[in-house]
Write a new protein. Structure first.
Length: 210
């Protein structure tokens, strides 16, 4: 265990802090901390940064409510950068995205596609309804249509799996996940809500369950 005094802050007294999701491991954002904000973060068990633009301390979620609760803080081998693992109460990005890192610079975008990406696309479609979009159509039709599709896709998954058709089962599960996320968005349920529920059900492998 090292102390704050063992860390290497830059000439401006700052150290970069990479914030990651404790549940998924996804990188959420990059912020900067000075000794004071890091000590506050440790004492309060929630992220507090130093705003380079405003030249002041800012606690993540102070105005938005999107607080980040600290699980662990680790320094790299040179002790000049931090990785802070958190559980979060809402999106990390001011745009409403779960992560600040969503702009593709290099590589296949399909490889970077996540369920959070899908949820963000669906959420945007709910707020900005594009004519001709199937997602817009579902939101316009309302909860009964959405529930009907979730039921239909569940049945399709069962039929494909019963036929031992792996490719078709993958296809139908993708349909089910998509329609389930439309339902989630319609009800104001986020992927983080689902992650928290799953985490609360964690059972040690050595334990017997019915």
């Amino acid at each position: 265990m090292i102390s704050i005094d063992d860390l290497k802050f830059d000439k401006d007294g700052l150290i970069p802090a990479i914030i990651s999701d404790a549940a998924s491991g996804a990188v959420l954002m990059l912020g900067y901390m000075n000794k004071e904000s890091l000590q506050i973060s440790i004492d309060e068990k929630r992220t507090c940064f130093w705003s380079r633009s405003r030249q002041e301390l800012w606690r993540k979620g102070a105005t938005s409510g999107n607080v980040q609760h600290i699980v662990s803080i680790k320094a790299d081998c040179d002790r000049d950068a931090l990785v802070i693992s958190v559980t979060k109460d809402g999106p990390a990005c001011h745009t409403g995205s779960e992560s600040c890192f969503f702009e593709n610079v290099y590589g296949d975008e399909a490889d970077a596609f996540t369920l959070d990406t899908l949820y963000n696309i669906i959420s945007d479609r709910k707020e900005n309804r594009k004519p001709g979009s199937y997602t817009t159509y579902l939101f316009d039709k309302g909860i009964d249509k959405i529930l009907k599709k979730v039921g239909e896709e569940s049945t399709e998954v069962i039929i494909a799996a019963k036929g031992d058709d792996k490719g078709e089962t993958i296809y139908e599960i993708a349909d089910l996940i998509y329609h389930s996320m439309v339902l989630m968005t319609n009800m104001g349920i986020t992927p983080e809500d689902i992650r928290k529920e799953l985490a609360s059900r964690f059972v040690n492998d050595s334990e017997e369950t019915e």
